[in-house]
Design a protein around this ligand. Structure first.
Ligand SMILES: NC(=O)C1=CN([C@@H]2O[C@H](COP(=O)(O)OP(=O)(O)OC[C@H]3O[C@@H](n4cnc5c(N)ncnc54)[C@H](OP(=O)(O)O)[C@@H]3O)[C@@H](O)[C@H]2O)C=CC1
Ligand SMILES: O=C(O)CCCC(=O)O
Length: 480
């Protein structure tokens, strides 16, 4: 008997559910138990090429429909996600590990991008520009870019797909998707619902298998006009290089190293709430998760004491169990990275206030951790931990905090707490990041532009800006 009616062990290419040409499969395991959930096809370049060709064949008809018509279909897809929220959430928790509460939240968040862009597609307005000569009229059209490809990570197996597919499909573009190896079922379940919603064959495809082969085809195939990727900076760089020969438009949502600054004038309890939400969301495995905390000397002691007490009280367990607040990490590499950062911080003089070890549950469970007395020379200050470790650094002045926050090659999200309005403006303007969150620990929403500066990436997802990456602007010069 199938674990879920939405669980598919086949790829969705050209509107058909298929096995790999080779017949080979890859196992998918539950990170909370280590048990095998099932398999998915181990596809490669040939299957990806067929998905791209089917997308290209389906493109003219999809582009030719009215935006309102496409929106009606996307709206059905959105509604099906909500109707199946519980099933999708259970599948997500099973393959990814996060608590069911977080998974339900991710499904609602993921669905919101489809609803949002179904509407935005209707508002892809062009321009009429006054001519530079008496007989000239200048028109600007926005047209779908063509076949798009998406490579998505395991930490948000639903929302990182919908945030890309929503604007692509709304603008009139097909999309071929390669989900992460650890979390393919959430992606395939989205394809099941896309088919049910009436998205035409070829307009959406999900190909599982070898990252190198699928990614190689996506980046080298000239039919693909745009590649969108969320994942590590290292792979983002590689994909950018690989896309150079065919000059693809790129959206890259890469690593972060989010600072979280608490000034003396902050509401300390609110700051602790925000730090908990931002740091331990998805067990710290989010690119916008707080990575390093800077706390001003006047509130430092009370902040670290309260944060450590809250971290110790977090309930760690299987995401499927009632009351679980923190699930397992995704795999052994993730655990090794957290252990390396903890060991480095403690060796260089940090003080362990909470956690610091693998959790007694075993497997890839790790204790929610707080380390005080952290300094800028420790690994946690410069590298993304991607785990449940909160390193706290003391500072004296605003300038010092800004300088330390900006001392990073990354610039995705930043958080700070202050009740001084002038400071709020000053610091928000001075921080080098694509997103700044003031007096809260959560900033993600479909209505705002999500993305980074520096080596955190290119482009913006969500909001009215998120559809721009899926269109080409065409200038038409009209002589009257
Ligand atoms: N910005 C973010 O949201 C994320 C950041 N990260 C950061 O990256 C670190 C490592 O995580 P990891 O999962 O290894 O991230 P990766 O960047 O390796 O994986 C993200 C996606 O890229 C795919 N991929 C990997 N190698 C290639 C390739 N050569 N060509 C094409 N696609 C490829 C993966 O496929 P497959 O799964 O099949 O290998 C997956 O679908 C994390 O610890 C974290 O710091 C990770 C995930 C998300
Ligand atoms: O890239 C990520 O880590 C997922 C982003 C989650 C969010 O939208 O908040």
């Amino acid at each position: 008997m199938s674990i879920s009616p939405l669980l598919r062990e086949a790829c969705y290419i050209g509107g058909e559910w298929i096995a790999a040409d080779s017949g080979e499969t890859i196992d998918v395991t539950n990170p909370a138990t280590g048990e095998k959930i099932g398999t998915v096809p181990n596809c490669g370049a040939a299957e990806t090429r067929r998905a791209i060709e089917a997308a290209q064949a389906a493109f003219p008809a999809w582009r030719g429909r009215t935006a309102k018509d496409r929106a009606a279909i996307l709206r059905r897809w959105f509604q099906l996600m909500l109707d199946n929220q519980e099933e999708l959430a259970r599948l997500l928790t099973m393959e990814q590990g996060k608590s069911l509460t977080e998974s339900r939240g991710e499904i609602a968040y993921g669905a919101s991008f489809i609803e949002w862009f179904a509407e935005e597609g209707k508002r892809l307005y062009g321009d009429v520009i006054p001519g530079h000569m008496a007989d000239k009229r200048i028109l600007v059209l926005k047209q779908p870019i063509g076949v798009t490809a998406a490579i998505t990570p395991w930490n948000f197996p639903n929302a990182m797909i919908t945030r890309k597919a929503g604007p692509a499909l709304a603008a009139g573009c097909p999309m071929v998707i390669k989900p992460a190896a650890q979390t393919p079922y959430s992606a395939l379940a989205l394809a099941v619902l896309a088919e049910e919603a009436g998205i035409p064959k070829g307009i959406i495809a999900v190909v599982t298998g070898s990252a190198r082969d699928i990614g190689g085809e996506m980046t080298s195939n000239p039919l693909v006009r745009k590649l969108t990727f969320t994942g590590s900076t290292e792979i983002g760089r590689l994909l950018m290089r690989q896309s150079a020969d065919t000059i693809k438009k790129l959206s890259l949502e890469l690593g972060g190293n989010a600072p979280f600054i608490v000034f003396d004038d902050a509401d300390v309890d609110a700051a602790v709430d925000g730090a908990m939400a931002s740091k331990y969301r998805n067990s710290g495995q989010t690119c916008v998760c707080t990575n390093r905390l800077y706390v001003q000397a006047g509130v430092y002691d009370q902040f670290v004491e309260r944060l450590a007490a809250r971290a110790k009280a977090l309930k760690v367990g299987n995401g499927m169990d009632d009351g679980t607040e923190q699930g397992p990490l995704i795999d052994d590499n993730a655990i090794a990275k957290v252990e390396e950062h903890v060991a480095d911080a403690l060796a260089k003089g940090g003080t362990l206030l909470a956690g610091g070890h693998r959790h007694p549950l075993g497997g890839t469970f790790f204790e929610p951790t707080v380390i005080a007395g952290v300094t800028q020379d420790m690994l946690v200050a410069s590298e993304e931990t991607f785990g449940p470790l909160a390193p706290v650094i003391r500072f004296e002045t605003e300038d010092e905090a800004i300088a330390m926050a900006n001392d990073s090659e990354f610039g995705l999200a930043a958080y700070f707490y202050s009740t001084n309005l002038s400071r709020v403006w000053r610091v928000a303007e001075a921080i080098e990041s694509g997103m700044v969150c003031v007096n809260s620990g959560i900033l993600s929403t479909e209505v705002a532009p999500f993305g980074g500066v520096k080596q955190s990436g290119l482009g913006r997802e969500g909001s009215k800006y998120g559809i721009d990456d899926y269109v080409e602007m065409k200038y038409v010069s009209l002589t009257v």
